[in-house]
Design a protein. Structure first.
Length: 243
């Protein structure tokens, strides 16, 4: 049986400035290497990860938070992040209340760079495939084993800083600078050494396999994605009577 705090799940929530736009956020899963972690190690990791959202990653141009849309509230301490101990719940069974929670203030995003709130950049976290195949047996296939080795962060809502025009076609894409900053951010939070001397490593959590695998690669697709749950129905209807 894993020792406490050996597998933890970190979530961050960024409230919206609008009552009709859902809050944004995402989750990250870490596992500990190097003995028995302490609660202070968990706190150290969580505070570090939260702080990197408003910091320029090594070799980067802008902080990840610089690409967030203007509906993300920047009110002092309005956001929060939580850490859950999933050491004995890798199969997805209820893991209970957070073992650590803290307030958070989002940094400046793009106050003049408006896009629909559902637009996001997808960050893919890749664990080693091993012998896993993309599609299991059956026609159509009933399982996708290799999908359990991938994790995704729907980073957003993004602002126009994240979007560029493809040369020659003007197709809207996630810009190379944004993609580079987001992948460098993941590299910065991939491994974190804590006070007890061990390390927390970022991984892909498969509830189906009841396991967390380390990462071998991270990438950002150039196609912007859309999270419908981050947007709601319109509030005002602009109409014009017709003869």
């Amino acid at each position: 049986m894993p020792v406490p705090y050996s597998y933890i799940h970190f979530t961050i929530t960024m409230p919206s400035t609008s009552p009709v736009v859902d809050s944004a956020g995402w989750g990250l899963t870490y596992f500990y290497v190097g003995g028995s972690p302490l609660l202070t190690d968990v706190q150290s990791l969580a505070d570090y990860v939260a702080g990197t959202i408003t910091a320029i990653p090594t070799g980067g141009s802008l902080a990840p938070g610089s690409y967030l849309g203007p509906t993300i509230s920047t009110v002092l301490n309005i956001g929060n992040y939580n850490v859950y101990d999933i050491s004995n719940h890798l199969d997805g069974t209820p893991h209970g209340s957070p073992i650590y929670t803290h307030s958070y203030t989002a940094g400046p995003g793009g106050s003049l760079y408006y896009l629909p709130e559902g637009v996001c950049a997808v960050i893919t976290l890749q664990a080693p495939y091993g012998t896993d195949v993309e599609f299991g047996p059956g026609t159509p296939p009933t399982t996708r084993p290799r999908a359990r080795d991938r994790g995704r962060i729907y980073f957003g809502p993004v602002n126009q800083r994240a979007i560029s025009a493809e040369s020659g076609t003007n197709r809207s894409v996630i810009g190379a600078t944004c993609a580079g900053d987001l992948t460098k951010w993941i590299k910065a939070i991939n491994v974190h050494t804590v006070g007890s001397g061990g390390q927390y490593q970022l991984g892909v959590w498969s509830r189906k396999n009841a396991a967390v695998k380390p990462l071998t690669e991270v990438w950002v697709d150039d196609r912007p994605d859309y999270q419908r749950r981050r947007t709601d129905q319109g509030v005002i209807r602009y109409s014009l009577p017709l003869p």
